[in-house]
Structure formats: structure tokens, C-alpha cells
Design a protein around this ligand. Structure first.
Ligand SMILES: *Cc1c(COP(=O)(O)O)cnc(C)c1O
Length: 396
């Protein structure tokens, strides 16, 4: 069905998947010491359809709505899901609306999928959302509503507009297990790729996965899937901007509270617009408590430096959010907090045999001139390898 809807999915038979890259040159440029293990890149920055990791969760969430609507209309009685791409299904979907709030990337994935199936679509965008994302969505036939405020405001407006309309479905990034399940499927994909690449993962060959984190749905879903697969041999580290450590703040907060980063005197404002959110998804945070093994933060200057290095030595086209994971190996290998983590988790002795997977999460659809501007700004960044990160006060 997906292959029928999207030409770019024909080569994979409809599967939304990304390659796993060996990134030796980039590792060298980043100052990743080979004694810390081997560096691989999971290339979700190049995912088809949505152009970001949201193509996993967002597409899945829209398909779940489509399934419910089609089931209620009796379209799935024969059990053939290909029918979801038919003209009959299109007419049925056209009487329903999919609504989503977004800083940009979730809107792009949800809006593209939902419009392709024939749903009426409204995307509420926050002030951080880039103009090209709005234009692209409008070209797909989605209604884009622009809001002056932050991401929470856009989300609240979407939720409000959708409430009380039984023909409207709100995809709720602040509280959705469905999105999280869509992300979780990536774990099986990665496990398969590691196996085919002959990468061992066991107690003496730990796997460290470095995951950019916004509201927490994507990293938590992936971490959930990976822990089911690898148990204690996998270590999922969440990468958050200095000004927007939402899931960390949630896990450190007293039971029953749901703080914003504003409450901590932070701004939630960062070049990483995909991560520029003031507070965690509660649904994600409840699970993250069990599957997030550690957290680190990074500055915008570091992100731009990584975007630059990824473009010049790895040929990866990344947006700043997508590069957040690159701090991870050095945070583990070269900071006091990292050493403490390695000792605490019993992995200090096996670090040399470790594999690091840095998950890159978006960039494919970014206009070339915007990407070039980031690459230029990152040309003279701070030294790579995490040396710009405070060693004291790093979260434990
Ligand atoms: C949304 C997003 C993330 C993080 O996903 P959350 O579910 O918000 O934690 C990471 N990178 C990019 C590029 C994103 O758009």
C-alpha cells in the first residue's frame, strides 16, 4: 500500500527504512578515540517520505487512524490493507480530518502521509517552524495554521480545535503511545543490520546508542525496542540541548509534577528546532524511566560543528537536531561523568570492544541553502570531542 502511494518507497517495497553507515572518517574528525569503540551512524536523517525520524512515528500514527476509519466503514472486511490506497478509501478519508501540532518535522511526516491518503489535514505550527516546511505542507494540500508562541501553544490550539469533532483525529505528540510504538519498530531494523554487519552485542561487547531527544517519544520508543532485544547489553543515551533538557528534567522532578524547562530558568530555544520543546511527553517519560540509561546535553555551537563535520567528512546532510548524538562517545570516554557511568554499568573494561550507534534524525528535505548556512557557521566551531562540555555538573 505504501509502495503504491509513494514512488520513493517502491525500491524497498513500501518499507520506511534507513541504512546503517560505517563512519570512520567522521569519527576521526570528531576526535573519537578508537579505544572508545567503533562508531556507526544510523541514517534516519535520510528517511524517505518525511525526511526525518518522524517518518517512523508520524506515519505509523496516521496509518493507525486510517485503519480505524477504514474498519468502521467496513473497508477492511476482506483483510486487504492495499484497499487503504483505493479511491473508495480516499472518499471515506476525505470526510475526516487529521490534526497535529508541530515545530515542523512531525507536521511534515503526518501531513504528507495524511494528505496522501486523502484525509483533510491541519498542521498547527509553532513560531520556530521554518518557512519551507510550511510551504511544502501547503503544496501537499494541508492547512497550516501558524502560531506566535512555542510548541506547547501550537499543540494546545490543535488539541482544542480537534476536540468535540468526532470526524477529527488529533495526533498528540505530548501524550501518545502510538507514535512511540512506530519509533520502536526501528529497533528490529537496527538489530538486523548489526547482525548482517557481523557486529557482536553482548555483555562483553556493549552497544551504546546515542539518541537525539525532544519530547522523548522517538528515543524512548527506540530504547524500548532495543532493551527488549538486547537487555542490559545495550545502553541508550538521550541527547538533549543545554536549553531544553525536557526528559531529564521530568525524570528528576518530584512524582506527580510535570515541569517545563522554563521552571529551571532555561529557554527551550535552540538551533535544534526539532528538539526545541519546553516539556517532555508524559507517556514517553513514564517509559523512559526504565529504558533511558543516561543523558547528556550539548551547546548549539557543538551542534553546528557536527553538522559541518558530517557534511565535509561523512557526506551526511544533517539539520542541527539530527547531530545531537555526536557528543555521546566523548562524553562517555573523556568526562568524569562518563567514566562514572562506565564504572557503574560495568562496561569500563569492555569499552574498546564497544559499538556506538549515533542516530542521525533529520535533514533530507532541508533546502540546500539553509544547510549550507549551517555548514558555514560550523566551520570554526569549538573543538570537537565534547571538550566544550562542562565536566562538573554533567548529569549523572
Ligand atoms: C522530533 C525529532 C527528534 C526527537 O524526537 P522526540 O519524539 O521529540 O523526542 C529528534 N530529531 C529530529 C530531527 C526531530 O525532528
Amino acid at each position: 500500500m505504501l509502495a503504491a502511494l509513494f514512488e520513493e518507497l517502491r525500491p524497498t517495497g513500501g518499507r520506511v527504512a534507513s541504512p546503517l553507515h560505517d563512519a570512520e572518517r567522521l569519527a576521526q574528525a570528531l576526535g573519537v578515540d578508537p579505544a572508545w569503540g567503533r562508531l556507526l551512524v544510523k541514517g534516519d536523517h535520510n528517511l524517505p517520505v518525511g525526511g526525518s525520524i518522524k517518518a517512523r512515528g508520524g506515519l505509523y500514527a496516521v496509518l493507525e487512524v486510517a485503519e480505524r476509519v477504514a474498519e468502521a466503514a467496513g473497508l477492511l472486511d476482506a483483510g486487504d490493507y492495499g484497499v487503504l490506497a483505493s479511491a473508495t478509501a480516499r472518499r471515506t478519508f476525505g470526510r475526516h480530518r487529521v490534526v497535529v501540532g508541530s515545530t515542523g518535522n512531525l507536521g511534515l511526516s503526518v501531513g504528507t502521509m495524511s494528505a496522501a491518503l486523502g484525509f483533510a489535514t491541519t498542521v498547527h505550527m509553532s513560531s520556530q517552524a521554518r518557512a519551507w516546511k510550511k510551504e511544502r505542507l501547503r503544496a501537499h494540500g494541508a492547512d497550516v495554521v501558524e502560531h506566535d508562541g512555542d510548541y506547547e501553544l501550537a499543540l494546545a490550539a490543535g488539541r482544542e480545535a480537534s476536540l468535540g469533532d468526532p470526524r477529527s483525529f488529533f495526533i498528540d505528540d505530548e501524550n501518545s503511545l502510538v507514535l512511540l510504538y512506530g519509533y520502536a519498530t526501528a529497533a528490529a531494523e537496527l538489530a538486523d543490520q548489526l547482525r548482517r554487519a557481523g557486529v557482536l552485542v553482548d555483555e562483553r561487547h556493549p552497544l551504546f546508542v546515542h539518541l537525539p531527544c525532544g519530547v522523548g517519544g522517538a528515543p524512548t520508543g527506540i530504547a524500548l525496542g532495543l532493551h527488549q532485544r538486547y537487555g542490559r547489553s545495550v545502553h541508550c543515551l538521550f541527547a538533549e540541548p543545554v536549553e531544553a533538557p525536557t526528559v531529564l528534567a521530568q525524570l528528576l522532578a518530584p512524582e506527580g509534577t510535570h515541569p517545563t524547562v522554563y521552571d529551571l530558568g532555561l529557554t527551550a530555544s535552540t538551533e535544534a528546532d526539532g528538539l526545541a520543546v519546553p516539556r517532555a511527553s508524559m507517556a514517553a517519560a513514564k517509559i523512559a524511566r526504565h529504558v533511558a540509561d543516561g543523558f547528556f546535553t550539548m551547546t548549539d555551537a557543538a551542534l553546528l560543528r557536527y553538522v559541518h563535520l558530517a557534511a565535509t567528512t561523512g557526506d551526511f546532510k544533517l539539520e542541527p537536531s539530527a547531530a545531537a548524538g555526536f557528543s555521546g562517545p566523548a562524553m562517555l570516554g573523556a568526562t568524569a561523568a562518563g567514566t562514572a557511568y562506565l564504572e557503574h554499568s560495568g562496561t569500563a573494561a569492555s569499552l574498546t570492544q564497544a559499538t556506538h550507534v549515533v542516530w542521525t534524525t533529520g535533514g533530507r528535505l532541508v533546502p540546500p541553502d539553509e544547510h549550507a548556512a549551517w555548514v558555514e557557521r560550523g566551520r570554526l566551531g569549538p573543538p570537537p570531542s565534547g571538550a566544550d562540555h562542562p565536566q562538573e555538573g554533567a548529569p549523572r
